[in-house]
Design a protein around this ligand. Structure first.
Ligand code: ADP
Ligand code: MG
Length: 469
């Protein structure tokens, strides 16, 4: 059936577009009416998501029956055909020296044609670790000391002992979650513990591949045989069966006294896509937030990156006052600091000149932005709008249809769509269980009204600003 989807896409989009973007898309499986597709690179994944999500959905639906969603993930390169490893990465070591190697890796082998996943599904689908992301390279400050201490303690604990279980780390982008998770995994592996490290993507891919090759049982058993499970970016785990499997896996591991470490971009309870029971299980252990990086911490992180670049490019040197300047103005997160360090290097290499304050300023200009605007909650929107229009929040959530209630309700829905990343169905659910079409209607209505009514425009604008401050 996937071949038929491919044929449709080719006919619809033409040979050029098809061969550029779709030739290397493969299907992992169809689970609960969600099609899991895989692509070889991250770039291809983002491109298809941004430009062809709808075409994929429509064409899958035409050939595969009801399809409620299409999820793309990057497939693991088979280790046998993989290019030589890059210096900075270390392939997930199949198994610690402690476990019996030969017999164990044959467990899930299915003859000569086995794919890497069938051969050793947990290892092949796990994520490759980055040698740079260690505890030694992690700089501790006020905002991350708790997370760091918990992470170190877990990594150091002997197999079978679980100091905090599960550990749930949450923070905005670039604040060091992945760095800490990878540090835990590498340290634990170094000590001979059996570690499985997954991003949400890889977990989904691993599971779907296992279902397809009918090795799901082996996959689960394999997972249950480890000492430490690390899952990054849990907010991306989608699809009902996969979530269920994820939930079962965590429960079984915790009950068996195995350590779990999970990171997400928000509080476990706000992971709206996840099953209620998984949320509460994740929130039921040690929950630690990694806070924003203060200027001192930023200076040290940047200093560390520049020192590493200097080691690889001995002519590249940046003065302390330039470092201080960049750390002051790039106030967002570690990812942007990495970006700034790379720009300085590129600039110095291309111009052949030392980096001055002026050249630094020009090189990093576009990274200088203030922190991401505050995350707005639907509940806060409802409260503020209710107060402004002299109704109660209960009125807004109620079935009442008098004009005095309908207008603020629609404005609150509009603001929820504009200021939060929540989907229309989710917003409907949070407004007393309304249908997504009701929300869409409200959003369109207010969008139109504010282009026609100057006063309403200013008023909505003010509400927006108040919510974002
Ligand atoms: P997240 O996963 O939270 O989005 P990352 O762990 O990917 O963030 O961090 C982004 C970049 O910033 C990485 O290069 C990471 O090494 C660096 N970084 C963040 N916090 C620290 C820290 N405390 N010490 C050293 N590097 C850090
Ligand atoms: Mg991350």
């Amino acid at each position: 059936a996937w071949d038929r989807v491919r044929r449709r896409l080719r006919a619809e989009l033409g040979e050029d577009v098809f061969s550029s973007w779709f030739a290397r898309v493969e299907i992992g499986g169809l689970v609960d009416s969600v099609a899991y597709l895989t692509v070889p690179t991250r770039f291809l994944k983002s491109w298809l998501e941004a430009h062809y999500a709808e075409r994929l959905q429509v064409n899958c639906e035409a050939e595969l029956g009801a399809v409620n969603g299409v999820i793309l993930s990057v497939r693991q390169v088979s280790r046998d055909n993989a290019p030589a490893p890059v210096r900075e990465t270390v392939a997930a070591r199949p198994r610690s020296a402690v476990a019996a190697p030969a017999a164990a890796s044959a467990e899930v082998r299915h003859g000569e044609t086995a794919t890497p996943c069938e051969r050793d599904i947990v290892d092949a689908c796990g994520t490759v670790l980055d040698r740079r992301l260690t505890f030694e390279n992690f700089i501790v400050g006020k905002s991350n000391q708790l997370a760091f201490a918990a992470a170190e303690r877990i990594a150091a604990a002997p197999a079978g002992s679980t100091p905090y279980n599960p550990l749930y780390l949450h923070a905005g982008v670039g604040l060091g979650k992945t760095h800490l998770l990878q540090a835990i995994a590498q340290e634990a592996r170094r000590q001979g513990k059996r570690v499985a490290y997954f991003t949400a993507d890889r977990f989904m891919y691993g599971f779907v591949a296992a279902l397809k090759s009918q090795t799901a049982l082996a996959f689960k058993e394999k997972l249950r045989g480890i000492d430490l499970l690390v899952v990054d970016d849990v907010q991306f785990i989608q699809g009902k069966s996969i979530q269920q499997e994820f939930g079962h896996t965590i429960n079984a591991l915790i009950d068996a006294g195995k350590q779990i470490v999970v990171a997400g971009d928000r509080l476990a309870n706000d992971l709206e896509a996840l099953d209620e029971r998984i949320r509460s299980r994740l929130g039921g252990g040690l929950v630690v937030e990694v806070g924003d990086l203060d200027e001192t911490l930023r200076g040290k992180i940047l200093g560390g990156r520049l020192a590493a670049l200097h080691a690889a490019h001995p002519n590249f040197h940046v003065n302390p006052d330039v470092v201080a300047y960049v750390a002051c103005v790039v106030a967002t997160n570690g990812r942007d600091l990495d970006g700034a360090a790379n720009r300085l290097l590129a600039h110095a290499t291309l111009s052949g000149q030392a980096v001055t304050l002026e050249t630094a300023e020009a090189a990093i200009r576009d990274l200088v932005r203030t922190r991401e605007p505050r995350r707005v909650k639907i509940e806060d929107i409802q409260k503020l709008v209710a107060t402004r229009y002299n109704v109660s929040r209960a009125d807004i959530l109620s079935e009442r249809r008098t004009a005095a209630v309908v207008k603020p309700r629609q404005i609150a829905m509009y603001l929820s769509k504009a200021l939060t990343p929540r989907s229309l169905p989710e917003i409907g659910r949070r407004f007393g269980g309304r249908d997504h079409t009701t929300v869409l209607h409200a959003v369109r209505k207010i969008e139109k009204a504010i282009t026609e009514d100057r006063m309403l425009h200013d008023e909505v604008d003010l509400l927006k600003r108040m919510l974002q401050e």
